[in-house]
Design a protein around this ligand. Structure first.
Ligand code: 5GP
Ligand code: MN
Length: 345
């Protein structure tokens, strides 16, 4: 099966970048998810495999608990905890690999450090509209996940034979999380061919599923139930849904990072629903609302994320941020839904 993504010139550039690099930084977006963390660690494992020993995986902030089992996770350096170490890593780097994000601003507080680096940059990503000021841009929005791209790159670099179970597990994790357990964005035969290749590396796919998706605390499950029962609004005639989550509600259910992950997908279980919006108060910043959007049944939420929520992402899974109160955010969401009412009807 054809997995190669790079043409002759690009693969030569990649080989060149890698062979010239000694001190390598790998970084991903703020609030790293399964794909951001999985692809970063898989790429680290591959670089180890080809003899690179000085690799620093730098993340803007914490990964959720359900990803802490990922092989190599203990080597991740968090910018919010160890800024000096991250600054030093970027300063000394002779290659910076940016995984699973399209714009520098997606690394949030780490942006200045990233931009201050003069090292050549390799971007590996599947979001729309990437920044292209890189030594090599590997951008494929049609791919399920950055992890899928990483697998294909390793494969094209002849690294499959020596791929470790650890590396394969990281790749599987990101492919699985970015496709909701292979329920969307995952109908190309290549995806299942790759899963077969990963299984041949002895990954335990059922165990990975359990670790990621069956990891709620009782409180987290009750918080989710509360939102669906008491907070979810459904505009039936526009096939749209939204909910708000306040800091007080999160405190009441002892919220920890990751507890709300994927909740925005649940309203999509309503027959015919086209749009689901999550509005959640930021626990760290005042007057900040984190926005998640999901779409299906022919509606695409990415333009809405850009126009109304200062964000973007994928055609059917986008996000953004508002600097306002949760009440104001709710009004903006209603305005956004009405703006697209013809397409939502
Ligand atoms: P989530 O809803 O899971 O936080 O994010 C869904 C997708 O939206 C992510 O894959 C991410 O690319 C994109 N996204 C989330 N937040 C932002 C944001 O603030 N800006 C942009 N441009 N994209 C975002
Ligand atoms: Mn991703």
């Amino acid at each position: 099966m054809e997995l190669n993504l790079l043409n002759q010139e690009e693969i030569a550039t990649l080989r060149n970048l890698l062979s010239n690099a000694t001190n390598i930084v790998i970084c991903a977006h703020k609030s790293p998810d399964g794909d951001a963390t999985g692809s970063s660690l898989a790429w680290m494992h591959y670089l180890n495999q080809i003899g690179k020993t000085n690799i620093k995986v730098c993340m803007p902030d914490a990964t959720p608990d359900f990803l802490h089992w990922l092989p190599g996770h203990n080597s991740v350096i968090r910018y919010d905890r160890r800024p000096k170490e991250v600054e030093k890593a970027f300063k000394e780097a002779d290659l910076v690999c940016c995984l699973d994000f399209n714009q520098n601003s997606r690394v949030d507080a780490m942006q200045e450090v990233l931009e201050s680096s003069t090292a050549p940059r390799l971007l590996i990503d599947h979001h729309l509209e990437p920044e292209t000021n890189n030594a090599l841009t590997v951008s494929h929005p049609e791919m399920s996940s950055t992890c899928e791209i990483v697998f294909r790159l390793i494969s094209q670099l002849d690294g499959y034979e020596k791929m470790t179970t650890q590396c394969a597990s990281c790749i599987y994790c990101g492919m699985m999380t970015d496709t909701g357990g292979f329920t969307y964005n995952s109908s190309r035969p290549e995806i299942f061919y790759i899963i077969g290749q990963l299984l041949a590396k002895n990954i335990d796919k059922d165990e990975i599923y359990n670790r990621v998706f069956h990891n709620y605390s009782t409180n987290a499950l009750r918080l989710r139930a509360h939102i669906i029962l008491n907070k979810m609004k459904v505009i039936e005639e526009l096939h749209a849904s939204y909910y708000t989550v306040t800091k007080e509600e999160m405190a009441q259910f002892h919220f920890i990072k990751g507890d709300m992950e994927g909740l925005v997908n649940i309203p999509q279980q309503i027959k015919g629903l086209k749009l689901s919006i999550s509005l959640r108060e930021d626990t760290e910043r005042p007057k900040t609302v984190l926005v998640s959007l999901r779409s299906c049944n022919g509606f695409h939420c990415q333009p809405m994320a850009a126009k109304f929520f200062n964000g973007g992402g994928h055609a059917d899974a986008s996000g953004g941020r508002l600097n306002c109160t949760i009440e104001e955010a709710e009004q903006i969401a209603i305005k956004a839904i009405l703006y697209y009412k013809e397409e939502l009807q």
